[in-house]
Write a protein that binds this ligand. Structure first.
Ligand code: ADP
Length: 448
């Protein structure tokens, strides 16, 4: 129905009735009656309009006017629309709150900037990464809040395909490396993201150092080998004594390289698996006897090597890994202890924890090196380590094996006096032997 038909259909009958009454009872009566009815109709409209106006001024659902006639239908439709709108608003509000909660829980810094880099919103992580505070800084230009020149330049450059790496110093003086990325969206607005990549950068540096170290370690033996091979091939009539000497030296270098590769493979095996080691019952007393024999062979009579077994108990762990770790500690003691020195290999219990220790009267280590000894390729004296066949990976392997067994390494050392390396295992790894055992000491090779 067209919008004008309804009012017309309401007025026409009144006019017709008024005209009919004017014909029957005279024009005064007819028009008077019609005017009265039209006036009542007008009053009715004005009354409802006034109710509507009152509600518009305070549009709460409980204030909604009753209305009469066509107004009643109009008001009830309006009420329905208002409820629908309230529901939509509540849903939108809920979605907004959910979005804000997600933004606040986001582990990376997030900030919303408008076209001229004014801060609109940011999450709490933007506080620790960029020093932004939503309450304090909303409406301020972010370039006035984060004053690092490289950041300001990055933001103003407008080229955001690659992220920016930025070093920041936190409240406690801790240095953090941030990866900053801007994502433009909507009407020239920007999403500013900040991710802590300190750990990743450190790993990347470690990886680079590692490759450089391995190349460096391999370069010397390879240079020696190729040098000898070239000399030999240039001398068809070589002196047999010289050939013998060259072969000996080349073998030494080849052994050095294969030792390095072996250690690298062991380390890589340990690092590449997060799965716990295959566990078995390790008979430590037997293992110590084997280690003792190996030590005697390596020392070749140059040291006084003793084994002290205080407890008969074994260890729950991986036989191969434990053997490799203990063996590294023993061979270090021999290699870093001058002739006639004393070495004691012991297996004891301390406050319920099984402890494997190697004590020597060797060259010792200055205190400031101790924390770094388990780093890959860290050596106190690079030349000396190489000379005695070290790869610089032994203690890194020990550390890995111990951590896979929830154990830790304790190092005590005094330069010129000697060192003690102790592998301390958790008590639950101790395998109580059924046979009571009397502490015993096994004397080793005496000094040469
Ligand atoms: P390397 O193959 O050089 O021995 P390690 O990782 O086994 O590598 O040891 C790292 C460094 O720790 C050694 O280069 C050495 O300087 C020091 N070190 C290890 N064990 C001893 C020890 N028993 N006495 C003195 N220094 C030691």
């Amino acid at each position: 129905m067209k919008h004008w038909r309804r009012p017309l259909l309401a007025v026409i009958p009144v006019l017709l009735a008024g005209t009919l009454l004017a014909l029957i009872a005279g024009p005064g009566v007819g028009f008077g009656a019609a005017s009265l009815v039209l006036g009542i109709m007008l009053w009715h409209q004005l009354l409802n309009l006034a109710r509507f106006r009152l509600w518009v001024l305070d549009p709460r659902p409980e204030n909604f006017p009753e209305g009469s006639g066509v107004w009643s239908e109009l008001f009830s439709r309006l009420l329905r629309l208002q409820r629908l709108q309230a529901q939509t608003e509540a849903r939108l509000q809920e979605a907004l709150t959910r979005f804000q909660n997600a933004g606040e829980a986001f582990p990376e810094a997030v900030a919303i900037l408008d076209h001229d880099n004014t801060l609109q919103w940011c999450n709490p992580r933007a506080g620790s990464h960029f020093g932004l505070d939503l309450q304090r800084d909303r409406g301020h230009k972010v370039t006035n809040l984060v004053r690092k020149p490289q950041f300001v330049e990055y933001l103003q450059r407008g080229e955001y395909s690659a992220p920016l790496s930025m070093k920041i110093v936190g409240a406690a003086g801790v240095e953090t490396i941030l990866s900053v990325q801007v994502v433009p969206y909507g009407d020239r607005e920007k999403l500013l993201l900040g991710r802590d990549i300190t750990r990743w950068e450190r790993l990347e540096t470690m990886r680079r150092d590692f490759v450089a170290n391995v190349s460096h370690e391999l370069r010397t033996p390879l240079t020696v080998l190729t040098g000898f091979l070239e000399t030999l091939s240039d001398m068809p009539e070589a002196d047999p004594q010289m050939v013998d000497r060259s072969i000996k030296l080349m073998t030494q270098q080849a052994v050095r390289m294969s030792r390095l590769v072996e250690d690298l493979l062991t380390l890589s095996r340990l690092e590449s698996t997060t799965a716990p080691p295959r566990e078995e019952d390790v008979a430590v007393t037997d293992l110590l006897q084997q280690l003792h024999q190996d030590a005697l062979a390596l020392s070749n009579g140059r040291h006084d090597i003793r084994v002290r077994i205080d407890i008969p108990d074994g260890l729950r762990g991986n036989q191969e890994e434990i053997r490799s770790a203990f063996g590294n500690l023993v061979s270090n003691a021999i290699r870093y202890t001058p002739e006639h020195g004393r070495i004691e290999i012991s297996w004891t219990e301390e406050s319920g924890s099984p402890v494997f220790a190697v004590q020597d009267t060797g060259i010792g280590v200055e205190p400031h090196h101790i924390d770094r000894l388990t780093e890959r390729f860290y050596r106190v004296d690079r030349g000396r380590s190489r000379e005695i066949g070290g790869t610089g990976l032994g203690l890194a392997i020990v550390k890995h094996v111990l951590s896979r067994h929830q154990a830790h390494l304790e190092i005590r050392s005094e330069p010129g006096k000697g060192s003690t390396f102790r592998a301390v295992f958790p008590p639950e790894r101790l395998l109580h032997a059924s046979v009571p055992h009397a502490p015993r000491a096994v004397a080793g090779a005496t000094s040469a």
